[in-house]
Ligand binder design. Structure first.
Ligand code: NDP
Length: 312
């Protein structure tokens, strides 16, 4: 079986930054890009808060730059998806979607997080037929149409604002009587004439013949003035947060109750020696590209020290 020194799972800012640092330390890292090469930033438009880009940068461009930087320092990038990880003994054994296997002395987990869905059967029924968790990917299909975005955080406000640039009308469906998003984001939403916020509203289902034609909503569920009604829409966008991609490591690595990997203090060390976690997969709090990149850097430094200390 192929033997590696350093394997990185995931190709967001954490994975690529880990590769840049590991590559510069002479470790010849191998990155497995996963299902969404480039990670979440490839699904966004302009990134205005990544240091070093005074005019902002397109999310895809930023990830392409990081990828090229990783390649420059000898990273090998493989387009496969890990389906099994055995961390019970070192070298760790990983199995991929094409049934290939590799063993590695050190592992950096930078698998990020994925969009959450409400869990309604209709979301499955209409997936790709009007249901989406990525406005920047699918917004194009809703030009001059009516859409709804679910959620009250920064993502929901950002997506609603983005969609308002394309659609004729955007409903923002918020379960609480207020938005959780930052003040700046809220101001943008309230100032946009195309966006109508439906507070204290939950979605109970979707309807439509060949695709979404509307949503069944309930206003003030459980209250005296509870009211159910149908809202005609063409597209239904989820923006209710993310789940960490840690399924592979359940029962092997310590996680919090949501599934975020636990690390030791300020370090990216997991409870298994030689396994490190970086980026959103281990960060329920900040979840920013720049914090993910910083964690990737720390993980690569730890890997180098671990290999040196163990003469590997
Ligand atoms: P958040 O966790 O901040 O917000 C999730 C939203 O979805 C909340 O309003 C929540 O409601 C709602 N929600 C969750 N589950 C359900 C459900 N089952 N039904 C209905 N509504 C639901 O996630 P975000 O993705 O918005 O943001 C994640 C992090 O990323 C935050 O720290 C955010 O600040 C950051 N971010 C920053 C951006 C920027 O600075 N440009 C852009 C995007 C995100 P409730 O409030 O009731 O819990």
């Amino acid at each position: 079986m192929e033997q590696l020194q350093t394997l990185i799972l995931g190709s967001g800012p954490a994975g690529y930054t880990a590769a840049i640092y590991a590559g510069r330390s002479g470790l010849s890292p191998v990155i497995y890009e996963g299902l969404q090469p480039g990670g979440q930033l490839t699904q966004t438009t302009e990134v205005d808060n990544f240091p070093g880009y005074p005019e902002g940068v397109d999310g895809n461009q930023l990830m392409a730059d990081l990828r090229n930087q990783a390649l420059r320092f000898g990273t090998e990038i493989r387009n496969k998806y890990c389906v099994k990880a055995d961390l019970s003994k070192r070298p760790f054994t990983l199995t991929f979607d094409d049934e290939s296997q590799v063993q590695t002395q050190t592992l950096i987990i930078a698998t990020g997080a994925s969009a959450k869905y409400l869990g309604l059967p209709d979301e499955e029924k209409y997936r790709g037929l009007g249901v989406s968790a990525c406005a920047t990917c699918d917004g194009f299909f809703y030009r001059k149409k009516v859409v709804a975005v679910v959620g009250g955080g920064d993502t929901a406000c950002e997506e609603a604002t983005y969609l308002a640039g394309l659609a004729s009308k955007v409903y923002l469906i918020v379960r609480k009587p207020f938005l959780r998003a930052s003040k700046a984001m809220q101001d943008r939403v309230f100032a946009n004439e195309k966006i109508e916020v439906l507070f204290e509203t939950n979605t109970i289902g979707l309807y439509g013949e060949d695709g979404v034609e509307g949503a069944h909503l309930v206003y003030r569920k459980g209250e005296a003035d509870e009211r159910t009604y149908d809202l005609p829409i063409d597209g239904f966008f989820l923006a209710i947060g993310h789940n960490p991609n840690t399924e592979l490591f359940k029962g092997q690595l310590e996680m919090d109750e949501v599934g975020y990997l636990k690390t030791e203090g300020q370090t990216p060390r997991t409870n298994v020696e030689g396994v490190f976690a970086a980026g959103d997969v281990a960060d329920p709090l900040y979840r920013q590209a720049i914090t993910a990149a910083a964690m990737g850097c720390k993980a690569a430094i730890e890997v180098k020290q671990f290999l040196d200390e163990n003469s590997l």
